[in-house]
Write a protein that binds this ligand. Sequence first.
Ligand code: ADP
Length: 656
Amino acid sequence: MSGQVQQRRVNKQSHLLITSTLVFQLKGVIINNDLQILHETQVQFDADLPEFRTHGGVVSTEDGHTITAPTLLWVKALDLLLDQLKLAGADYTNIAAISGTAQQHGSVYWQRGAQHTLQFLEASKFLHEQLVRSFSTPNSPVWMDSSTTEQCRQLERAVGGAQKLAEITGSTAYERFTASQIAKLSQTKPSVYNNTESETSTGTGSQRISLVSSFACSLFLGRYADIDYSDGSGMNLLDIHSKEWSQICLDATAPNLIDKLGTPVASSSIQGPISQYFVERFDFNPDCKVASFTGDNPASLIGMCLTEGTIAVSLGTSDTLFLWLRRPQTLLEGHILCNPVDKEAYMALLWSVADNPRLNTVSQSHMRATWPYCVAGNPRLNTVIHEGYMALLWSVADNPRLNTVIHEGYMALLWSVADNPRLNTVSQPHMRVTWPYCGHFKNGSLTRERVRDDCTEGSWELFNELLDSTPRGNFGNMGLYFDVQEIIPFVKGDHRFNKANDRVQRFTSMEVEVRALVEGQFLAKRAHAEDLGFNIEAGSRIIATGGASNNKSILQVLSDVFNAPVYVLEAANSAMLGSAYQAKHALVAEHTSFSEMTSCLSPPVLACQPYKDAAQVIITIARYPLCTTRWWGAIVGSSSLSSTRSRHDFPPATPA
Ligand code: ADP
């Protein structure tokens, strides 16, 4: 007994509560200071809250394009979750910080007066009872929505094209991204969107727009939480370079939008103390901190502790490829995000002038009121370029925000090394300019399941036997299987090619079919990674996560196709884990770096090594890219990936 008391004292105030608002369910875990799980529970939306009549956590229109979730469902789920955790023995007095992750892109529309309701919640009542009138539209658009194609094109046109939008926000316009969803609401239901000065405090109109992550954070905070940089990168509204809302994107989306979004903040920031409601109702400690919540993709990036040279492949319902890019490329497919771990990552070339005598001479005179900046974006700066190797300067007075990062005696430089090879030598040791990239492949596990069902009546064991019984390279046969419209490349249907590169209707055996599917899926990912400039080299490695990362036969193909070892993480849920690191990092960020904080964690476990002939096999099937993205480009008369986003058909198949 006394041992237990002591244990409680030791752990006092050291636990973290993490929530995860997914499509089907809300998950909650409490973890201790060593990031071990103490309590875990979930609320299944369809089964536990049937009154909302959701199917798979969402409500769809008949045409299947407009897909939303009832906002109050998520609130009620949180009521249930906190009660369930308490019943399971959780002691909320020990929670030092709360963080969370949520499905990306979805948006919540708070009604005028909602902030007041949030601030003065009555502890004796459920959240959902009190927030029932807090949303200007009862249904939140979610990432599965595809009803905003028109708004996407409008946005791209208004900013000067898809490429321009990608340069600013990291992505071209996507239907599921928040900007087009907000634009649709503003155009089709202006009274819901508008919040004009003339309205009375009881009028309708959304006063604040949250992402699902910042919405969930707001509930704990008792006021509107700010959107974090990384989840904000999934909106088509955030300038990922300045980390401020892009005025041109705001203007192109909806009127007075900046007033409804708040100020974007670093993903590892503390947003404030927990609201009084939770202190009184659940006995949370009033000192408990609420960290920024973020999207599931950035959280996964954090959870996997990705380093440069590592690719992460999440083999979940859909497949996702994560990697770090050295340069914030302008991509017409996939997404560049703000770094969720290191808030200064893109301006990470900070060093003492004293460390680098070459800089001394040029910098002295500019030291106190100058800020070096990339000249490419600002021709005005050319005038002060000195010898072309540094001194891309402008006055801090132009940008007071920058003041905060300039320390006396320090020189801060932001530039792209690749733009100027002469800079390489001075900047290399300090180089930490990396950009998280994430690309989705819709036809992941569900397509593997379909082929499994067709070939083996639903058995993964038999599927693996078939896979293992065919040689790497599949006798030159190759397949591309897209049950639903793929994003990268923009195609649909099953497409099979024989050794001579002719299309065939079917393969001669199920073994060939199964291997063609799995090799084809991973070749698509490798081709895409290489198109982004990621080189698979000696030290490269893959981290696999998600449901199919339990399947060794599939991982072996992944390893062979990338000719790199594949590792798996011991902890299954990388997004949840990422949120936990983030909450902890937010608490200790002042004196501990992220890598120091996570150094105690067990490293990923080696699952597979590539076979010796893997590289040779890849050469044999390296014609793959010709058959996918680049080939598409050739068909439609352009070599760029952008052409893959227009619909087109493969040439007709010949019988096997
Ligand atoms: P989510 O993406 O929803 O988080 P998971 O990461 O749990 O889902 O992945 C679920 C998918 O994992 C399922 O669609 C299933 O097909 C796949 N899966 C589970 N076990 C295996 C297995 N042994 N082999 C291949 N795929 C598997």
